[in-house]
Ligand binder design. Structure first.
Ligand code: CAA
Length: 282
């Protein structure tokens, strides 16, 4: 594969475009908003500067990688000769289903359609296309240029050869792929979100304060961020929506979101992106 299209130029989309471009792929970065595309290119440039500053990437490699990215506001233009499309739009079921219906009509025959969804069923997304055997989950972690994992999710109909080619591709990006099956939360969020929810319950029940909870997990378990700081980083709305997917999907009360999380999201305290969550950000 040489030509990749990435749909959505938010945090995940720009990170995904960054790593493909850095590995020499030609990347079409697509977003409905020209302004968002401009911001994404500026962010990718800044993130390359961090890598240049620590000597991981040269100025020439940075320039070559940026030269590998072309931006598009029209999906039909961006995907027209793609061999793989990675969708990284907002985590909203209806939006993703609409995008996949469109993509199925616009992407070349044989093009693999991947989604970076963190919790929406791959099988459900695949079912709105006429090529469910070519639809797969390719779940990158934030920040994409730094995190080694790609969680690859096989939908019910995904062909084994498609899964194998995404494993090979992930290795070409310098990532470590892990293949899992399509059940609620896959593996990453099935395990991460109950931990975050339990941390929020511990705060809600007054067992300990924000700093104490995070310090116990950072210093006691060698996590780079405590669970409350990580929840702020991921976005409290995203955490809530993933917990709801787990709760609905398994029908088990152990996944019920903590009422404090529900209240914070209702009050629009969403973490880093809104300036306030368990911590405040300026
Ligand atoms: N692009 C390129 N490089 C970046 C970067 C980016 N966007 N962000 C950070 N870096 C680099 C920095 O340059 C730095 O490099 P060196 O150590 O080589 O100098 C390194 O990453 C560490 O960054 P900082 O020094 O700025 O900060 P830090 O040491 O506090 O680390 C962190 C920041 C990497 C985010 C770290 O705190 C961490 O690993 N946190 C946990 C992240 C995590 O769990 N992510 C998964 C979230 S879940 C998810 O994404 C999926 C989901 O479905 C919800």
């Amino acid at each position: 594969m040489k030509k990749i299209a990435v749909i959505g130029a938010g945090t995940m989309g720009n990170g995904i475009a960054h790593v493909f471009a850095q590995s020499g792929f030609s990347v079409a970065l697509i977003d409905v908003s020209a302004e968002q595309l401009q911001k994404a290119i500026a962010t990718i440039g800044k993130n390359f500067d961090r890598q240049v500053a620590k000597g991981a990437v040269t100025e020439e490699q940075k320039a070559a990688a940026l030269g590998n990215i072309t931006t598009f506001t029209a999906m039909e233009e961006g995907v027209k000769d793609a061999e793989l499309v990675v969708e990284a739009a907002t985590e909203n079921v209806e939006l993703k289903l609409t995008i996949f219906r469109q993509l199925d009509g616009l992407a070349p025959e044989g093009c693999i359609l991947a989604t970076n969804t963190s919790s929406i069923s791959i099988t459900r997304i695949a079912a709105v296309t006429k090529r469910p055997e070519l639809v797969i989950g390719m779940h990158f972690m934030n920040p994409v240029p730094v995190m080694k994992l790609v969680e690859i999710i096989n939908g019910y109909a995904t062909k084994p050869e498609v899964s194998e080619s995404i494993v090979t591709l992930s290795k070409q990006l310098g990532k470590i792929p892990c293949v899992v099956n399509d059940y609620p939360g896959f593996i990453a969020n099935r395990i991460l979100m109950p931990m975050i929810n339990e941390a929020i319950y511990s705060l809600y029940e007054g067992v300990a304060g924000v700093e104490e909870i995070d310090t116990v997990m950072k210093l006691g378990m060698a996590h780079p961020m405590g669970p409350l700081q990580l929840a702020d980083f991921i976005g409290l709305d995203v955490c809530l929506s993933i917990l709801r997917v787990l709760h609905d999907g398994f029908g088990n009360p152990k996944y019920a979101p903590c009422p404090l999380l529900v209240n914070m999201v209702t009050a629009k305290k969403l973490g880093v992106k809104s300036g306030e969550g368990f911590y405040t950000y300026t």
